[in-house]
Design a binder for this molecule. Structure first.
Ligand SMILES: Nc1nc2c(ncn2[C@@H]2O[C@H](COP(=O)(O)OP(=O)(O)OP(=O)(O)O)[C@@H](O)[C@H]2O)c(=O)[nH]1
Ligand SMILES: [Mg+2]
Length: 178
C-alpha cells in the first residue's frame, strides 16, 4: 500500500465530511468526524487504520465486534469505528451505524469472484441504509500489491455492474491503495 495514496484518499474523505457538515456553522480549529469502516473479513481494515495511526500493521488479528481508532490529520481527526467483517458479525453492522458522518468501505481487490459478490452485496446494503445513504462514501480497493489484484478500473466496472451509480445517493469515490 502506498502511504501517499491512502493519505490522499483520507484527505478527500475529510474534505467530503467537511462539505457535508459546513452548513452547521464554522468548525472548530481541528474538527473531529466519526466514520464507520466496513468490509469483509481480511479486506485489510485494521491494517489500514494501524498504518494511518503509525502503528505496526504486523500481527493484526481479526476484529471481533468493533474497534475505534482516532486517526490524526493536520486539519481534522477522524474517529474511525471499524466493524469486524466475519460472517457472524456482519449481520450486526447496522446497529453501529448511528452517528456516523462518513463511511469507508474496504475491498480485497484480489478476492475470489464469490467473495467479491458478497462484498458487492454488503456495499449495496450499506449504500442503501437510511443512516448511511446520504453520507460521504470512500471505497478503497485494497490488496493492490497482490499479483491477482484487479485494477481500480476493473473494480469500478465490477461495482458498476451492480448499479453502484444508481444506488449511491451521497457523494462517494473509489480509490485504490496502490
Ligand atoms: N498483501 C496484502 N495483505 C494485506 C493487505 N491489507 C491487509 N493485508 C493482510 O490481510 C490480513 C487481514 O487483514 P486485517 O487488517 O486484519 O483485515 P480486516 O479487514 O481488519 O479483517 P476483520 O477484522 O476480520 O474484519 C492480514 O494478514 C494483513 O496483513 C494488503 O493491502 N496487501
Ligand atoms: Mg479488523
Amino acid at each position: 500500500m502506498s502511504d501517499l495514496r491512502i493519505t490522499e484518499a483520507f484527505l478527500y474523505m475529510d474534505y467530503l465530511c467537511f462539505r457535508a457538515l459546513c452548513c452547521k456553522g464554522p468548525p472548530p480549529a481541528r474538527p473531529e468526524y466519526d466514520l464507520v469502516c466496513i468490509g469483509l473479513t481480511g479486506s485489510g481494515k485494521t491494517s489500514l487504520l494501524s498504518k494511518l495511526c503509525s502503528e505496526s500493521p504486523e500481527n493484526v488479528v481479526s476484529t471481533t465486534g468493533f474497534s475505534i481508532k482516532a486517526v490524526p490529520f493536520q486539519n481534522a481527526i477522524l474517529n474511525v469505528k471499524e466493524l469486524g467483517g466475519a460472517d457472524n458479525i456482519r449481520k450486526y453492522w447496522s446497529r453501529y451505524y448511528q452517528g456516523s458522518q462518513g463511511v469507508i468501505f474496504v475491498l480485497d481487490s484480489a478476492s475470489s469472484e464469490d467473495d467479491l459478490e458478497t462484498a458487492r452485496n454488503e456495499l449495496h446494503s450499506a449504500l442503501q441504509h437510511p443512516q448511511l445513504c446520504t453520507l460521504p462514501f470512500l471505497i478503497l480497493a485494497n490488496h493492490q500489491d497482490k499479483p491477482a489484484a484487479r485494477s481500480v478500473q476493473e473494480m469500478y466496472f465490477t461495482l458498476l455492474q451492480f448499479n453502484l451509480g444508481e444506488t449511491m445517493r451521497g457523494s462517494g469515490s473509489l480509490f485504490s491503495t496502490e
